[in-house]
Design a protein around this ligand. Structure first.
Ligand SMILES: Nc1ncnc2c1ncn2[C@@H]1O[C@H](COP(=O)(O)OP(=O)(O)OP(=O)(O)O)[C@@H](O)[C@H]1O
Ligand SMILES: O=c1[nH]cc([C@@H]2O[C@H](CO)[C@@H](O)[C@H]2O)c(=O)[nH]1
Length: 307
């Protein structure tokens, strides 16, 4: 393993409510709740730790029981969170309401990492950040911090990957200078939100390349995904599966891809590893497949992709 990975963004508590029956809007629906650690960057870091990539994280948690639970879980997983912020505040929370088939109906999120992971804070951490090869960030961060990190990565030759999180938060990227961004991983709705003017998919992709993005990994749910660079693209479908919970497929896909990348796998293998981890996550409730190991991921990949 050659490259080192630092994740920067939100750690939250996820409360997922699986409704017993098809949701009746504007009324109370009987449901079953599961609670786990969430936040896009935390999901990615947790999977990378299980995959023995040895990630570190800069995140913000509150000085409450949720925050202490998240910190002790990171410590147990070997995720270095010693440069994270423990704020005199509540830990952020994501609450989602899902249909009985595991598809998202609606979700809300209150998180504080935009407030605490400021440019002023990151400026005190530059030597630490410089010690990593790959920076993965989520758009829970505020616009100024995201722009600072993009420039930092460009100036210090770091590979910066941006996970756009949601349609609302992807819009934070709409006006930014993206020069030198190594990879960005939107779904089709987030792609539109990241670009201020264009509407056609081809124009959206070209506008991101013009703004300086090297690779766009476009996620298409049950239709798989496509990796685009200015020169070529590769497309991969997914087998049909019975999903249990749609939460976190995109985060898992990125962690699987990064695992392949740091282990110097070819681009199709990285993509297959990404899809494989997404599929395994979709088959269980919650965002992290806690049974994951590097060899289990390779074994599942063989089953899904038959090679
Ligand atoms: N219903 C599905 N069946 C099979 N695979 C799926 C399904 N949904 C998602 N995937 C897999 O997960 C990957 C990422 O999922 P998706 O396209 O939903 O991304 P996303 O919207 O960024 O995810 P998230 O829900 O985490 O925000 C897809 O490219 C695909 O490989
Ligand atoms: O605004 C946000 N919504 C949802 C998430 C997280 O997305 C994960 C699923 O992809 C889930 O764990 C939630 O906490 C987030 O970090 N910010």
């Amino acid at each position: 393993m050659n490259k080192t990975v630092l994740c920067i963004g939100a750690s939250l508590v996820d409360e997922l409510y699986f409704c017993d029956n098809c949701i009746i809007p504007a009324s109370s629906n009987p449901a079953q709740k599961t609670t786990s650690i969430g936040g896009v960057i935390s999901n990615i870091a947790q999977h990378l730790a299980l995959l023995e990539v040895n990630p570190a994280i800069i995140t913000a948690i509150g000085n409450d029981a949720d925050g202490m639970f998240i910190k002790s879980s990171f410590d147990k997983s070997g995720i270095d969170c010693s440069h994270s912020i423990v704020a005199n505040d509540a830990t952020g929370k994501y609450v989602s309401i899902l249909q009985p088939d595991g598809n998202l109906y609606v979700a809300v999120c209150e998180d504080n990492c935009g407030k605490y992971i400021s440019v002023a804070y990151l400026e005190t951490q530059t030597e630490y950040i410089k010690s990593f090869d790959i920076l993965i960030i989520d758009t829970n961060l505020n616009i100024k911090t995201i722009q600072w990190l993009i420039h930092f990565a460009e100036n210090h030759n770091k590979q910066l990957i941006i996970e756009p999180v949601s349609v609302a938060k992807a819009a934070r990227l709409a006006t930014l200078d993206l020069k030198g961004v190594f990879m960005i991983t939107p779904n089709e709705e987030e792609l539109v939100a990241m670009c201020s003017n264009d509407t056609l998919k081809e124009q959206l992709l070209v506008s991101l390349f013009d703004r300086g993005v090297e690779t766009i990994w476009l996620r298409k749910g049950a239709k798989g995904s496509v990796v685009y660079t200015a020169k070529h693209s590769i497309d991969l479908s997914v087998p049909q599966i019975q999903i249990v919970d749609s939460t976190g497929a995109g985060d898992a896909a990125l962690a699987g891809w990064v695992f392949g990348y740091v282990n110097e796998e070819d681009e199709m293998t990285c993509l297959q590893l990404g899809h494989t981890l997404a599929l395994e996550t979709l088959k269980r409730k919650g965002t992290v497949d806690t049974s994951l190991t590097p060899s289990a991921l390779h074994k599942h990949k063989k089953t899904y992709y038959n090679d």
